[in-house]
Every structure is written in C-alpha cells, then in structure tokens.
Ligand binder design. Structure first.
Ligand SMILES: [Zn+2]
Length: 302
C-alpha cells in the first residue's frame, strides 16, 4: 500500500467555523498511524491532467482568484486562501501519481490523504468545498495515459458526487457509482440520472437508514453491476461523512461499515487495484476511526 500526502494540503485555510478545516488532516493522519505503507509526497498536479476535465478558462479563473491574504469566496461555502491552489494541485498530483504507481504494479492499493476534496467541482464551477474534480481527473488519466478501458469510481461520501458525475457523464469507459443521503446537498443524484451511456448508478439513501440500509442497497444495486463491469482499477471517493457522529450527514453508518464496504469494493476489481482519495468527513474522531479501518483493508490487500 502507498500513502500520498503533502504538507501543502494544510495551507488551504477556510474561514473560522468552516467544517472542511486543516485539523481534518491531523485526524486522517492519526487514522493512518497503525498502517504499514510506503509514504510518498504528492507531486504538484500537472495542468494537462486538470485540462482533461476542466476548460483552460476555468483553471485560469481559479488561479487568478487566489488572494494574497485572507479569503475570497467562489460560492457560499467554497473559499480560497493564499495556499488553496497549491493544495488542490497537490491533491490532483497525488491522485494521479497514485494511479500511475498502482497501474505500474508498485502496490495494489493507495490512499491519497489530501484536501480540499474534489467530488463537487463541476466542469467550470467550484462548489461544495471543491475546486477541481480530483477523482475524475485521476480516472481520465488512467484512461487516456494508461489506456485502461474499464475503470470504476465508487463514491460513498454522504453527499452526491455531482462534480464527478458531470465530468464523467459522457465517459463510457468509466462506471460511476454514488451512494448518498437524499434529500441533502447538492440535491442531485436521483436514480434516473444514469449518464450518457447508462454507466452511472445513483443510489439515494434515506436519512437514518443506517448500516442495514447501506448494506442492502449495495448488495442489491451496486456490487452485481460493479462485478459485471470487471474494472481493472477502482477509484474510491472516500468521504466519511455518512458516519453516525458526523455533523453534516444523517445516514447513521457505523465505523465498521467502512471496513465492510472497502472489502467488498476491493473484491470487485479484476486485479485488486484500488486508489482511494479523501473527500468529506467532519467529525474528527469518527474520521480517524473510519480512515483507520478503511486503510487497514487497503493495507491487507497490498
Ligand atoms: Zn460530503
């Protein structure tokens, strides 16, 4: 297993009281302390990778908006501080490097411990704490650079991965699965949103549906399709905000659910290659515990 992280991800500062805060990284690292893995620094993201998902005008807009001090707001809850662009590009670079390494056979699995998250960023719109669609960018790199023809992205964050859905809507080589609480921000992710080629599975879950609702939904709607897809590589949008202690979500998942889910996702790949990238998770203790069980499964898979 490989772990990608970088100190620059702590330079993305959010206003006081914002849930997506620097302290989350410490909580994630605490969850990784017991894991035996090779630690690597994220390289800076390559603009060419970003441009497979976002137009040059959007990349330039984000870069130009970075303030010299304080914050600027791109929407009601998405803010830029002086270090935000570099942090977001470390996340992109880490996810792309993890894909490269896993496809090169350096390890079976990797976890990218970076922030800001990425799954809400649409083609030309920053939203929901996200600037660039990190997981979609990594998926496109696997497809375009490495020639992977069957890939899957599984997003188990409590919020719908609207950005990933937008960025991969027409991509018939990538199966996209998102489970999420509904109704909840951002409001998308209904079952009838199936992508341009029927390659998207949206699994809305009711508040309070808990472990039983999660397991039932994945067994019925996700795992059979995921196995049939025979993905050579699975990317996970690993948000831990469906945890029962999370202040933003209300699905009521237990820590052990993340171990179960990670096991089953790993089982669905043809060669066991899995790259997981951090999305949400806002209760620090729950985040530490959830990352620990998630990473333990990845570690055991190599
Ligand atoms: Zn979330």
């Amino acid at each position: 297993m490989l772990i990608y992280a970088h100190a620059d991800c702590a330079a993305h500062l959010t206003p006081p009281g914002h849930p997506e805060r620097v302290e989350r990284l410490g909580a994630v690292m605490a969850g990784l302390t017991g894991v035996t893995a090779t630690r690597r620094d994220c390289p800076m993201g390559d603009e060419a990778d970003v441009l497979r998902c976002h137009p040059a005008s959007y990349l330039a807009k984000v870069k130009a908006a970075v303030p010299g001090e304080g914050w600027v707001s791109l929407d009601a809850d998405t803010h830029l501080s002086p270090g935000s662009y570099v942090a977001a590009m470390r996340a992109v670079g880490g996810a792309c490097a993890a894909v490269d390494a896993v496809l090169a056979g350096e390890a079976k699995t990797a976890f990218v411990a970076c922030r800001p998250p990425g799954h809400h960023a649409e083609t030309a719109t920053a939203m929901g704490f996200c600037l660039f669609g990190t997981v979609a960018i990594a998926a496109r790199r696997a497809i375009e650079v490495h020639g992977v023809s069957r890939i899957a992205v599984v997003d188990f964050d409590v919020h719908h991965g609207n950005g990933t859905q937008d960025l991969l809507w027409t991509e018939d080589r990538c199966l996209f699965v998102s489970s999420h609480q509904m109704p909840l921000y951002p409001g998308t992710g209904a079952e009838d949103e199936t992508g341009a080629h029927g390659q998207m599975i949206n699994v809305p879950l009711r508040a309070g549906s808990g472990s039983a609702g999660l397991r039932q939904a994945y067994e019925a709607k996700v795992f059979p399709v995921l196995r049939d897809w025979q993905p050579e590589l699975i990317l996970i949008s690993a948000g831990f905000d469906a945890h029962r202690d999370d202040p933003l979500g209300g699905l009521g998942w237990e820590t052990a659910d993340y171990a179960w889910l990670t096991e089953r996702i790993c089982d669905a790949t043809t060669g066991g290659r899995v790259v997981s990238t951090l999305e949400g998770g806002y209760d620090l203790e729950a985040l530490t515990a959830s990352v620990a069980v998630h990473a333990a499964v990845l570690e055991a898979r190599g």
